[in-house]
Design a protein around this ligand. Structure first.
Ligand code: SF4
Length: 371
């Protein structure tokens, strides 16, 4: 019940149905949630729960686990029960695991229709089981595993092909009165992916799970995802996101959170406003920014800290922030809420900023600002 820093979404959110993934609402104006996926063998319950705990600590709100074997399916009930965040079972190829996941109490099940043979024949039973357990289904279409019929029709995984596949599968569920669905249409090319989601957003009112699939190693994947999600979220499209990186899943969560914060879709915590440095800099800005970031890591209040290399833009930016430093002549002017409160030697800048940040954080917590 603590007041939060108001969100400032860049566009009105697309109107969509709302589903419940465990306690997390997706769609219908609910805050955009951040997901990731474990990399452990799901059958290794201990390791999987350990990774889920790490993901939870990094801010992940929904976690997906792969379910390629019977041993994995057998582990789902314990994982779903012990996880702190809702667990989605990710099913390819085997419809029997869809039923297992629903019965295990997973918060949702992801199916990839292109990868489940005889899927169409089993939809009625899946819809019935999901309905009985109140389990939503994500229809997760992937460019790499597009339905063969559509691949023949379109020649390749075009936006139109991805959308047609998703809506066709959704229509099979709809025939049985099941609409507890969210959809993803992933592609590794942001241009195709953006267009696919744009079309999908116009043609249905299901909540959308955004993802650039196989986005690549951390640097490339971060940029691809930021560009693609930014293009969509800035038009109000997207209800939950997963950044896919060839990197530890907690990194995906960090990137996802940062994307949402950058777009005003998630409450900001610590934000470092640091200059890129230039020929006028009178301190090592990179080092200073890194040390301040490290020193304030884990701060839970929405603090904006400016780290500026000289007095040109320094005082201006530092004044806009809650706290800041403008360096010059081997010294740092420390600003709090626009006022220079002290000038300290360069060697004391980091510790002074951290000290002052702690004071402000304490005050904010007393005033009830923060998560
Ligand atoms: Fe350069 Fe100063 Fe601007 Fe930093 S604040 S980029 S050092 S002019």
């Amino acid at each position: 019940g603590v007041p939060e820093v108001p969100l400032r979404p860049i566009a009105e959110r697309r109107a969509s149905r709302r589903i419940q993934v465990g306690p997390v609402a997706v769609g219908g104006g609910a805050p955009v949630s951040v997901q990731s996926m474990t990399t452990t063998r799901t059958s290794d319950v201990g390791a999987t729960l350990q990774q889920i705990a790490e993901l939870t600590a990094s801010g992940c709100q929904i976690v997906r686990v792969a379910c390629p074997t019977q041993d994995d399916a057998d582990a789902l009930a314990t994982i779903a029960r012990k996880s702190q965040i809702p667990v989605i079972a990710d099913i390819h190829f085997q419809p029997k695991y869809v039923f297992a996941a629903i019965e295990a109490g997973c918060a949702a099940v992801r199916v990839n229709p292109g990868n489940i043979k005889q899927f169409d024949d089993r939809v009625k039973e899946i819809a019935q089981a999901a309905q009985d357990h109140g389990t939503p289904i994500r229809i997760g279409v992937n460019a790499g595993s597009l339905d063969r019929r559509l691949l023949q029709k379109y020649g390749k995984a075009t936006p139109e092909a991805l959308v047609e596949s998703a809506l066709w599968e959704a229509s099979l569920f709809e025939e049985h009165g099941f609409r507890d669905i969210k959809i993803s249409v992933k592609h590794n090319d942001p241009v195709v992916m953006i267009e696919a989601y744009r079309q999908l957003a116009e043609q249905c009112d299901y909540p959308l799970h955004l993802g650039v699939t196989e986005a690549g190693p951390a640097f490339q994947g971060t940029i691809k995802s930021a560009v693609a999600f930014g293009a969509l979220l800035s038009r109000g499209i997207g209800d939950t996101i997963r950044v896919s990186l060839s990197a530890p899943p907690a990194e995906e969560v960090k990137v996802g959170i940062q994307i949402l914060q950058s777009l005003g879709l998630k409450e900001r915590r610590l934000e470092i406003v640091s200059c890129p440095s230039c020929g006028r800099a009178q301190v090592d800005v990179y080092k200073l920014a890194e040390e301040v970031t490290a020193g304030l890591d884990g701060m839970e209040v929405p603090l904006r800290v400016a780290v500026m290399g000289c007095v040109v833009n320094g005082p201006g930016e530092a004044r806009e922030a809650d706290l800041g430093v403008a360096s010059g002549n081997g010294k740092g002017q420390i600003f709090v809420k626009g006022q220079v409160i002290k000038t300290v030697p360069e060697s004391k800048i980091v510790e002074t900023l951290i000290e002052e940040a702690m004071k402000i954080a304490e005050q904010m917590e007393q005033d009830g600002v923060g998560p």
